[in-house]
Design a protein around this ligand. Structure first.
Ligand SMILES: [Zn+2]
Length: 243
């Protein structure tokens, strides 16, 4: 979980590049001479996000491919942490579900608190994760201004890929998954993961109960996603799942 560990994008479908970051993941869609980022890591992942964008750009046949859009599954600091700094370097639009926009702009905050975590700190995995989260800027101000609401259920093309944003709530009030029907890819964010620094399990799983805004709703959403077919599943935490 070192914040400086190098990461390499893996092309899981043509023009769909998955990055397993130090403690959270992001995905880069490439096509039409542009890049679209889905989620964006902790604040300390800025150089890693930038280097992964640079690594993917030539794969489009256009080394100057510009980052034009960012899609956000949800507003937790390990998924939007680099966006303010990235925006000072690139001009792009940020999109989130209408119910998630206030969590991304930080007009509201739905995120695990220090009080939630304290009872678990005796566990080495939690202690290591907390240390990483704090060092990676997880407690800093990660508010993102000017977030455009997504039209849920409607297909829209980003960097040459048809994307269908779908409500998958419970982890946060507006958590969203992104289906790429032509690529047979499902980006699940934190509604379904395949690992987490606090978890001893490998494979498909829910995050620990303390991380969800509404645990019962998150459980129902998770059940639906487990049954939802896609050849490639890209979770917010843990490795790619191919089925
Ligand atoms: Zn989360």
């Amino acid at each position: 979980m070192s914040p400086t560990r190098a990461v390499a994008p893996v092309e899981v479908a043509p023009g769909v590049h998955f990055v397993e970051g130090p403690a959270s993941n992001w995905t880069i869609l490439a096509g039409d001479g542009t890049l679209t980022l889905v989620d964006a890591g902790y604040p300390a992942d800025l150089d890693l996000v930038e280097s992964s964008l640079r690594a993917v750009a030539p794969a489009t046949g256009d080394g100057d491919a510009r980052l034009t859009s960012v899609l956000v599954t949800h507003g937790h600091s390990d998924h939007i942490g680099t966006l303010s700094a990235l925006r000072r370097r690139h001009g792009f639009e940020v999109f989130a579900a209408p119910a998630e926009v206030p969590n991304v702009t930080r007009e509201q905050l739905h995120q695990v608190t220090v009080g939630d975590v304290l009872p678990h700190l005796y566990k080495p995995r939690f202690a290591r994760w907390v240390l990483h989260a704090v060092r990676a800027g997880g407690l800093g101000d990660v508010a993102v201004a000017d977030v455009a609401p997504l039209d849920l259920g409607a297909s829209r093309t980003f960097s040459g890929h048809r994307v269908v944003p779908t409500a998958a709530v419970g982890h946060t009030p507006g958590h969203t998954v992104f289906a790429l029907p032509d690529d047979d890819v499902l980006i699940t964010g934190d509604a379904l993961v395949t690992g987490h620094p606090t978890s001893r399990l490998d494979g498909v799983q829910m995050l620990h109960p303390i991380f969800h805004s509404d645990l019962a709703e998150a459980g129902r959403t998770y059940g639906r996603l487990v049954d939802r077919g896609a050849r490639v599943v890209l979770p917010g935490h843990g490795p790619v799942l191919r089925r």
